[in-house]
Design a protein around this ligand. Sequence first.
Ligand SMILES: Cc1ncc(COP(=O)(O)O)c(C=O)c1O
Length: 391
Amino acid sequence: MAKRFRGLNSTLIHCGERPDPTTGAVVPPIYQTTTFAFPTNESMLDLMEGRTSGYIYTRYGNPNYALAESKIAALEGAQSALVLASGMAATSTAITALARTGDHIISHADIYGGSFGLFHDLLPRFGLETSFVDATNLHNVEQAIRTSTKIIFLESPSNPSLRVCDIRAIADLAHAHGIRVVVDNTFATPYNQKPLALGADAVVHSGTKYLNGHSDVMAGAIVGTQEYIDECINVFRKLGGNLNAIDSWLLNRGMKTFGLRMARHNENGQAVAEFLSHHPKIERVHYPGLSTHPQHELAKKQMTGFGGVLSIELKGGQKDVDRFLNRVELFTRAVSLGSVESLITQPVAAVHHNVPPQYRELGGITANLVRISVGIEDVEDILEDLGQALE
Ligand SMILES: Cc1ncc(COP(=O)(O)O)c(C=O)c1O
């Protein structure tokens, strides 16, 4: 049985790790292979029929996946985890593993643009209808429930408006109607929030973001019960959205410093939110760690920290947004978030560009909204850069 550790950092450094049995290498090798050899023909059949365990083909599994999966499951306090090629592979697999033609889904309106596209554009082709609601209000969720509702999908805090949904209250409501709750925990991360402990049935991640943390890997993860992850494995082997050995290795390496990085993201995110909330050029700051955030009390109840992503509404029009974004020097104008370096983007220009106006309005995605992913640089440099860009 794997040794269990008390602390998050010890778990991330040691969970699943052991020196390579053939060479003694302390760092695990990258199993850069598509296929695995069998000593006999019979042994291949033994594996296929579940009498032995092991690897046969990298789309079905690879030792590098297993190591990253054991860490993600430990982080979320889950029975099991599955790594996939991207956050979108995780969300699409997590949903299709639960849904059947004719099912109805309720989604929080303010979600990542790619997830919105999955629910709004793609799933209807397969007979799955999604209602988008402002799930910060439990009444809206309750009103949207139909007899055919099977899944409630939440992001909390959400992308890009940092709205906070009451995961426990929504899970209680859902379970009373036999509905499953899937939470995208990319923004909060398991460092700050554990949706399964709050009653959610499954969690998805864009591992591309904080889990890996270095803007050099696309990855996704699903966590939940062993039974549910087995169904996700069944679906993903057919869809083919597997990760690969080297990206799993990098993800596993990145996760070793996840705890240290998140502590710094939390500190820097709070400092930037406070600085901008007093700035005369800023209309509003959306960050759950601010006492002015409409769900601050709820955020304090279900989160232990508030992360490094915030969004701001700039005073003025498009010219002022352009001017601000064009003047930053330490920040990089780029989509994505959750990495060591600070990134900045205007959601309507890229990530939420394809979200139709009525859904943008529901999600609070205005034209003067700027999303900031605060990195782990020295906070005085971050504040100085934002200050000079706003001058
Ligand atoms: C909250 C959230 N979920 C999911 C995704 C999709 O992840 P990926 O880009 O790894 O497919 C993103 C991407 O930005 C995201 O922000």
